[in-house]
Write a protein that binds this ligand. Structure first.
Ligand SMILES: NC(=O)c1ccc[n+]([C@@H]2O[C@H](COP(=O)([O-])OP(=O)(O)OC[C@H]3O[C@@H](n4cnc5c(N)ncnc54)[C@H](O)[C@@H]3O)[C@@H](O)[C@H]2O)c1
Length: 406
């Protein structure tokens, strides 16, 4: 049985490990977070929102799936190695390669002739060749293309749907040479419905950046049209409904853009190229919090609220509904902006306990009657009836109170 090491047991890496184990490989999952590794080893599923992960873990754990903090030992055992550790951007929007570099170093120390290494993390173009490839060669003494194979296969998962995506979306695979592409494609065919071979590493890398930028720009377009509709006093959602109905038009939902993907990838291009459209869209989406702050001011004025300090509740800590994830969530800059404007701000999210919210340095409140205005960041069907009772003080960013939810 071929063995696979997977570096990064996060929201993508753990489901991926379970899917690969289920397809018959022996998988060694690696993570530097000892606490997370211990919990997984005790049978705890750290991603309950990921549909079918618990049953996959139950079936494979301890038989074909093992989780460890020892990346070098895992690499020594395996013939195929996947890196899916995150790449973040710092406060100057520059990518931080540290996690990927550390994963590559550990793999290199166990790398053998004939092994395949695949980078799945979304990265700036050239990273697989110039960062991962170089580290692997330097620390293993082996030569890429001659002794081992190297490919990029962008992760197209979405937290909560990581497992189903292997059956829904084609898996793109691009190698450093034709042999690497073929070997990687043969591997992914074992558990993905369709594999698409890209002509190079760089095409595979860039294809995922295309996806992120496409969504960012299209959400910016929706946001701009939303603002114009407000000025014209036209219902955006009803307009969007008829415009999109049975046509090629596909205006997306307006709203905040957060999370580790769409708000990060455009910077890989903005940092290095003249891309005014992409930059404008990125900054425009980030600036939506100003628009919502102004809506709060307008609404509290309209409701003739004369209290000196007004209480505002922001609902939605995660960057989107249905996932417990705060990376680049827009709630934090929105709350800071509201505070700067003199508001007393509370937070609530049905996925987070009071303690978890307070641990994030936010003030918890679940009593909707007690506040002067409520900003609903995402769609929360479970809160709909409660919010309808106070709807004259709700700013419903995603139109979630509407029955038809256009
Ligand atoms: N989450 C998504 O919806 C999503 C969607 C598409 C693509 N991706 C891609 O997947 C990548 C990973 O995302 P995620 O959501 O799984 O991240 P995550 O934050 O949930 O998990 C990352 C894990 O990697 C571990 N880690 C960090 N450095 C390590 C190292 N050197 N060795 C071993 N483990 C290490 C962390 O401890 C953590 O458990 C993203 O950067 C992105 O490129 C994610």
């Amino acid at each position: 049985m071929k063995k696979v090491s997977i570096s990064g047991m996060g929201k993508v890496g753990l489901p991926l490990s379970a899917v690969i184990a289920e397809s018959g490989f022996c998988v060694f999952g690696v993570d530097i977070d000892k606490n997370r590794v211990d919990l997984i080893n005790k049978g705890y599923n750290p991603i309950p929102e990921e549909k079918s992960l618990s049953s996959l873990l139950k079936r494979n754990f301890g038989k074909r799936l093992f989780v460890t903090t020892n990346g070098v030992e895992a690499s020594k055992e395996a013939q195929i190695h996947i890196i899916i550790t995150p790449l973040s951007i710092d406060k100057n929007k520059k990518p931080d390669f540290k996690n990927i570099e550390d994963s590559a170093k550990q793999i290199a120390l166990g790398l053998k002739k004939g092994d395949l290494v695949v980078l799945e993390t979304t990265v700036p173009v050239g990273t697989t060749r110039n960062v991962v490839g170089k580290i692997l060669e330097k620390n293993s003494g082996l030569k890429v293309g001659r002794d081992f194979f190297l490919a990029h296969s962008p992760e197209r998962a979405m937290t909560g749907f990581a497992i189903s995506r292997y059956q829904e979306y084609p898996k793109v695979v691009g190698g450093i040479d034709k042999k690497s592409t073929k070997i990687a494609a043969n591997f992914y065919q074992r558990f993905c419905k369709e594999v698409v071979e890209a002509e190079s590493l760089e095409i595979a890398e860039m294809s995922k950046i295309f996806e992120g930028v496409f969504r960012d720009i299209n959400i910016a377009l929706a946001n701009e049209l939303f603002k114009v509709c407000q000025e014209l006093n036209i219902n955006f959602w009803k307009t969007r409904h008829v415009a999109n109905y049975k046509t090629n038009t596909n205006i997306l939902d307006p709203g905040n853009v957060g999370g580790p993907c769409i708000s990060v990838y455009p910077w890989f291009l903005i940092n290095n190229f003249n891309v005014p459209l992409i930059k404008t869209a990125r900054l425009f989406n980030d600036s939506m919090i100003d628009f919502y702050k102004n809506k709060v001011i307008e609404l509290t004025k309209k409701n003739r609220n004369t209290k000196k300090i007004k209480n505002i509740l922001v609902i939605g800590i995660s960057f989107r509904e249905g996932v417990k994830e705060i990376a680049y969530s827009r709630i934090f800059p929105l709350i800071n902006l509201l505070k700067k404007n003199g508001f007393n701000v509370f937070a609530y999210d049905p996925l987070y306990s009071k303690q978890e919210i307070e641990n994030l340095d936010l003030k918890y409140l679940d009593n909707f009657a007690k506040v002067d205005c409520i900003v609903v960041m995402n769609k929360y069907p479970s809160l709909r009836n409660k919010l309808l009772k106070v709807k004259n003080k709700v700013i419903d960013i995603k139109n979630s109170l509407n029955y038809r939810n256009y």
